[in-house]
Design a binder for this molecule. Sequence first.
Ligand SMILES: Cc1cc2nc3c(=O)[nH]c(=O)nc-3n(C[C@H](O)[C@H](O)[C@H](O)COP(=O)(O)OP(=O)(O)OC[C@H]3O[C@@H](n4cnc5c(N)ncnc54)[C@H](O)[C@@H]3O)c2cc1C
Length: 205
Amino acid sequence: MEGDFHHLFNAIKVTLKPYFLGYCWIFPKGKHKANVGIGVLNPGECRLQGLNLREELQKFIRKENLNTPGYRILKKAGGAVPFKPCPSPVKDNIIVTGDAAGLASPLHGGGIDTACISGRIAVEVIDQGSPEQYSNKLSEVLAPKFALENNLLEVWKTHDWENLNFLASLVGHKDCLKPESLNNYSNQTIHQIKLLNNYFVNCPM
Ligand SMILES: Cc1cc2nc3c(=O)[nH]c(=O)nc-3n(C[C@H](O)[C@H](O)[C@H](O)COP(=O)(O)OP(=O)(O)OC[C@H]3O[C@@H](n4cnc5c(N)ncnc54)[C@H](O)[C@@H]3O)c2cc1C
């Protein structure tokens, strides 16, 4: 979209909704242009529930006052996020990395970090003359991250907002994993606190 995005310069805006698994965003591309969109992690379920993503995006645009004079849509586009890792990312003399290898995050759909990581690993194995090692090295580094993100996705799917906020409020400070901080909670809650803390504080990358 074109318009005045001064207020978001050097920032982004992301809005989660309680009734679908995903988010709306405004990513400024300067002071006068932004990518405004919506993404969901379970489009099939959304369709079954009768959720119309175009309407949801329109609601977001209205809420952010981007339907007012001075703003206009320059281009509409959409697509699937490639978050299912490609089973054989090396073939003959071709190595696929990043989105092409299906390495976007299953949790939030971003893939900049994994594009850089897979690119670096590709260069390393080529440099060492062993491109056949690429697949193993890639899963060594990324499998723990994806497993953690899939677990977090389950936490997101199975909690309402109040509970998610509550869990989020418990993590991140230095004493949050000490036994005295955890002794009031159930084993399941402790497991989820550890998952969240691991992601936000000790994230593998
Ligand atoms: C609106 C939006 C917001 C996003 N926000 C985030 C975010 O906040 N965080 C995050 O981690 N990720 C985010 N992503 C995802 C992220 O952009 C991608 O996961 C990442 O860029 C993938 O990097 P890549 O190098 O694999 O592919 P790309 O960045 O897509 O690079 C592929 C390049 O190949 C070029 N190309 C394609 N075909 C050919 C061809 N035939 N010949 C030569 N060149 C070709 C393309 O022009 C492109 O430059 C976002 C994506 C979108 C669309």
